[in-house]
Design a protein around this ligand. Structure first.
Ligand SMILES: NC(=O)c1ccc[n+]([C@@H]2O[C@H](COP(=O)([O-])OP(=O)(O)OC[C@H]3O[C@@H](n4cnc5c(N)ncnc54)[C@H](O)[C@@H]3O)[C@@H](O)[C@H]2O)c1
Length: 375
């Protein structure tokens, strides 16, 4: 079996994916080694230069050529959000497996046809919700599912960063295009909602508030633009399990660089995840001796899922690119095995997008909004 990759885009995520394909081959015993076949970017020269530095055999300035290329088995989409639907749709029509960055689409209504088309065509899909691949996130799920912290009744989650704090900086202008999704709600909200669903299961209704705090921004060329997307979001959540919670996101969270995390509370214990310390899980269990109660800091090590493939010694720390390599391992194994199905797939990305859409609808109405009422 061949597994030839066609990568579209070579920015932040394009590079991360290229590194991950190479790392996954080196770190894991993959059933088939991915081959970096062709890279497409905005023009031929950008594509040629990126292909040379990232190790792709060929390049093109036209992504449609890549999608139609008979040598490409998997189309990997790392372009701005607004292009995902058109590119993924063309790839599915061409019978290719598709790996796409989050958010899959600007709205659930645009994501759903991709889910249906991929399932009808029998092509396999994966979305880059990479924080679900952290061995520590998997450990948290194992602890919750085992009942070790009792009945889980509350989730407090947030994704806070401050890369948009400076009004004179337009970090990737496409992130401010409302057609790409609602600013931070799409950009960071998708990660924390995916973690909430992974750990506690389906979210049934939300009550949200979104704000644009910096109403005008200036580009590096000195042009002023009016901002129409959200800088911050807070939402109450009700889970199908009966648990309740909060989810927040901000890309102007002064001082925060990667404060993605959550606290999960159960009747017999609690968990804390903080991705600024992504190799640690804080675990509290009830019943500790009086005067000695406290959270235990569990440091990632070979006893945890996937860690030992990278390093045999505990406490030596995995990083972001390692999570991407785990994601690619799951993708390759899912595609190579007869009944395999990579996860999180387009269907899961659509479920996440329904929650995002419910957040936006709830804020618009100033009332609770059921996720099932999202089209
Ligand atoms: N999973 C994560 O943790 C994570 C982190 C950052 C970004 N992302 C997602 O990855 C995607 C890309 O984000 P980024 O930060 O890498 O953006 P970026 O701006 O750094 O890179 C985008 C790339 O797409 C290319 N491109 C633009 N138009 C194109 C076209 N018509 N044809 C071919 N290539 C084209 C650009 O030239 C560039 O190489 C977004 O959807 C974003 O939400 C995910």
């Amino acid at each position: 079996m061949t597994f030839r990759i066609g990568l579209i885009g070579s920015g932040y995520m394009g590079r991360a994916h290229a590194i991950a394909f190479r790392a996954a081959s080196a770190v894991f015993d993959l059933p088939v080694d991915p081959e970096l076949e062709v890279l497409a970017d905005i023009d031929a020269e950008t594509a040629r230069s990126a292909a040379a530095s990232l190790g792709f055999t060929r390049s093109t300035g036209d992504w449609r050529q890549l999608v139609a290329d008979p040598l490409v088995d998997l189309v990997d989409i790392t372009t701005p959000n607004i292009m995902h639907v058109e590119m993924a749709s063309a790839a599915i029509d061409a019978g290719k497996h598709v790996y796409c960055e989050k958010p899959l689409a600007p709205t659930a209504a645009e994501a759903r046809p991709l889910v249906e088309a991929a399932e009808a065509a029998g092509v396999l899909t994966m979305v880059g919700l990479n924080y679900l691949k952290n061995p520590i996130t998997a450990l948290a799920k194992e602890i919750i599912d085992s009942g070790e912290i009792g009945e889980v009744f509350a989730f407090r989650g947030a994704h806070f960063e401050d890369y948009m704090l400076d009004p004179s900086t337009l970090v990737s202008p496409w992130r401010f295009d409302p057609r790409s999704g609602d600013g931070v709600v799409a950009d960071l909200g998708s990660h924390i909602v995916s973690i909430a669903r992974y750990l506690l299961g389906p979210i049934v209704s939300v009550a949200a508030d979104r704000r644009t705090v910096i109403g005008e921004r200036t580009s590096s060329e000195g042009e002023t633009m009016t901002v129409e997307v959200a800088d911050e979001m807070d939402s109450l959540m009700r889970f199908a399990s009966g648990a309740t919670g909060t989810v927040a996101a901000s890309w102007i969270a002064t001082g925060r660089k990667m404060a993605l995390g959550c606290e999960v509370r159960g009747t017999e214990g609690a968990l804390v995840i903080d991705f600024e310390r992504l190799n640690e899980l804080q675990l509290y269990t009830t019943g500790q001796p009086v005067g000695r109660e406290g959270f235990t800091r569990i440091l990632a090590g070979p006893a945890h899922k996937d860690y030992a493939s990278f390093v045999p010694a505990p406490g030596h720390q995995l990083g972001f690119n390692d999570l991407k390599a785990i994601e690619v391992r799951d993708l390759v194994e899912g595609i190579a095995s007869p009944d395999g199905r990579p996860w999180p797939d387009f269907r899961e990305a659509w479920e996440v997008q329904r929650v995002i859409d419910a957040i936006i609808a709830s804020d618009g109405r100033g009332a609770w909004f059921d996720v099932d009422d999202v089209d």
